[in-house]
Design a protein around this ligand. Structure first.
Ligand code: ATP
Ligand code: MG
Length: 560
């Protein structure tokens, strides 16, 4: 990846490509990212995107974006557009190489006829259940279908009639004729075409038969002249079939398939089926809910694309299954945001402070640094006045030993402003602290006392009359368990408190001009991203992360 300065880790896929180039199996690299447009992309896909586009860039080749749109029943245009947007946002460009498996339907059909003519495929009339029974098990060989030895001409006629829409769904399939006794179940006469009487988002009503993944995928690779077809480990057992089809068809090229282990992440699920459930059952507010592990959810939460690329690089590419701690992702996000996010002051749970010795109608502008990590970010002016808000939890009436923040009689520093001493506590009728009466020391402007006296805490604040009101949404893990139980593909153990909405937050006035989707650091509180639902009259921020890095504390065990 050239966008980042981090040099790519070595991994076995890069090694394979390097040696294929050196020994002349290929003279250039072509990869592809092949999503099925049946949902939004998640961070697992991001790993695959970074790998496919990453190696293509590294070896001066190209990477295609190909929609594997062979299942009209589950696919939608909305997903196609969302996927394109996400890949672009991640920083990758397929140029003119945007493809659809459906563009190849006619060629695939011709090749199916070719297999039939060569006695390598037949139309089967067994039901789906019967096919399953005849297929055998891992320990028992399968049995030949009674339709396996139909004459070629009958197969050709039936297959043409299937295409023409003469038959009901499920009544017939086209199967490759390979070996019902093969040790690899994928080679026991796999289905190549099934009847689906549903319109396709791109080919409309033109087809009544659709190729299976196995028949469409490798052949599309070959048509696009893909050299390295990189996929996840669950396709390892399909490789002999991938190769069988390429060997037995007059394809224009001979791609090879390589498998790596999928990304798994703690406290979430990375399977479209399960993510669809979360959306459909209303556990989240759509695919781009900031709690979702989708690329669009992470973006809305304020995660920069560069952090996802760093993360993909850090988790590496291997063949062993592992579950990655979500804390590693958070660590990558913090590293990026610490450099890029401007600092602002905001109070999430406001407590009013009145500075009794500060003139009533005075306002002064104080200089505040935008980003201590990035001096070029400059500074801004924030207003200070007699009435402020501080964070409720920064005050304790009866502080325990190690609480150094504000308490009756105690002096603290207000960031960029003055020393402040609490003189009096005002309570409501139920005894809750409602307001603090304080004094400030005018000689401590900028936060230092000329007499050298020290305070133990520096606190953030906003000027009450200048503050903007906002809603801030705090997010917690979507699943309470680190490794959610998803047996039978059902989501359980959903954390009922994953969303916390704070309706009465106060922000420094410069945040009025923040762009939608921009992430800033609220000093001492974390990183926060302006939500696209914000309007001028109703500001909404999403907490990306708190500042504390838990990854640093996790024992540095090997990742994979
Ligand atoms: P899911 O299992 O979530 O439904 P999928 O594999 O069906 O995902 P596709 O749209 O077919 O989703 O995936 C496109 C590409 O992304 C494939 O090459 C697939 O191997 C890869 N991919 C999907 N999930 C992961 C993951 N968790 N880690 C790495 N790569 C993944
Ligand atoms: Mg898939």
């Amino acid at each position: 990846m050239t966008i980042d300065s981090t040099p790519p880790n070595k991994n076995f896929i890069r090694d394979v490509i390097q040696s294929d180039l050196e020994n002349g199996r290929v003279d250039g690299v072509v990869t592809r990212f092949p999503p099925e447009p049946n949902g939004y992309l998640h961070i697992g896909h991001a790993k695959s995107i970074c790998l496919n586009f990453g190696v293509a860039t590294e070896f001066k080749g190209r990477c295609h974006l190909r929609f594997d749109d062979t299942n009209p029943a589950r696919e939608e245009e909305e997903f196609i557009e969302a996927i394109k947007k996400d890949v672009k946002w991640l920083g990758f460009d397929w140029g003119e190489h945007l493809y659809f498996a459906s563009d190849n339907f006619e060629q695939l059909y011709e090749w199916a006829l070719y297999l039939i003519e060569n006695q390598l495929a037949y139309v089967d009339e067994l039901s789906a259940d019967e096919i399953r029974k005849y297929r055998g098990t891992l320990t028992n060989p399968g049995e030949d279908s009674p339709y396996r030895d139909r004459p070629t001409s009958e197969n050709l006629d039936l297959f043409r009639e299937m295409r023409a829409g003469k038959f009901n769904e499920g009544s017939r399939v086209l199967r490759a004729k390979i070996d019902m006794k093969s040790g690899n179940i994928n080679l026991r006469d796999p289905v190549l075409y099934r009847i689906v009487n549903a319109p396709h988002p791109r080919t409309g009503g033109a087809w009544h038969i659709y190729p299976t993944y196995d028949f469409a995928h490798g052949q599309s690779d070959a048509i696009e002249l893909v050299t390295h077809s990189i996929c996840t480990l669950e396709f390892e057992d399909h490789k002999p079939l991938y190769n069988w089809l390429i060997e037995n068809l007059p394809t224009p090229s001979q791609p090879l398939q390589y498998e790596f282990s999928r990304l798994n992440l703690t406290h979430t699920v990375l399977s479209k089926r399960l993510l669809i459930q979360l959306v459909k059952d209303g556990h989240v507010n759509g695919w781009d809910d900031p709690r979702m592990p989708t690329i669009s959810g992470l973006r809305r939460r304020g995660v920069p694309a560069s952090a996802l690329r760093d993360f993909a690089e850090k988790v590496g590419v291997t063949k062993s299954d592992a579950i990655i701690e979500v804390a590693l992702l958070e660590h990558c996000v913090r590293e990026r945001l610490n450099k890029s996010a401007e600092r602002r002051m905001a109070v999430l749970r406001p407590l009013k402070v009145i500075i009794e010795n500060y003139p009533e109608d005075q306002t002064e502008g104080l200089n505040a640094i935008n980003n201590p990590e990035t001096p070029e970010a400059g500074s801004r002016t924030i207003p200070f006045s007699r009435e402020l808000f501080i964070e409720h939890e920064d005050f304790m009436e009866d502080p325990p030993k190690k609480f150094y923040r504000l308490a009756p009689g105690r002096e603290v520093r207000l960031r960029y402003a003055y020393f402040l001493t609490c003189r009096d506590v005002i309570k409501d009728e139920w005894g809750n602290v409602k307001e603090l009466r304080c004094t400030y020391d005018p000689k401590t402007k900028g936060g230092n006392a000329p007499d050298g006296r020290k305070v133990k805490a520096t606190m953030h604040w906003v000027s009450a009359k200048h503050a903007l009101a906002a809603e801030v949404r705090l997010y917690h893990h979507l699943f309470s368990s680190a490794e959610p139980d998803v047996t039978h593909d059902v989501v359980k153990e959903i954390n009922p408190n994953s969303l916390e909405r704070l309706a009465d937050c106060r922000l420094e006035p410069s945040l009025k001009f923040i762009k939608n989707g921009e992430t800033v650091q609220f000093e001492r509180l974390g990183y926060f991203c302006s939500d696209p639902d914000s309007s001028d009259s109703a500001l909404i921020f999403n907490r990306t992360l708190e500042l504390r890095d838990t990854w640093a504390r996790i024992k540095k065990k090997p990742l994979v």
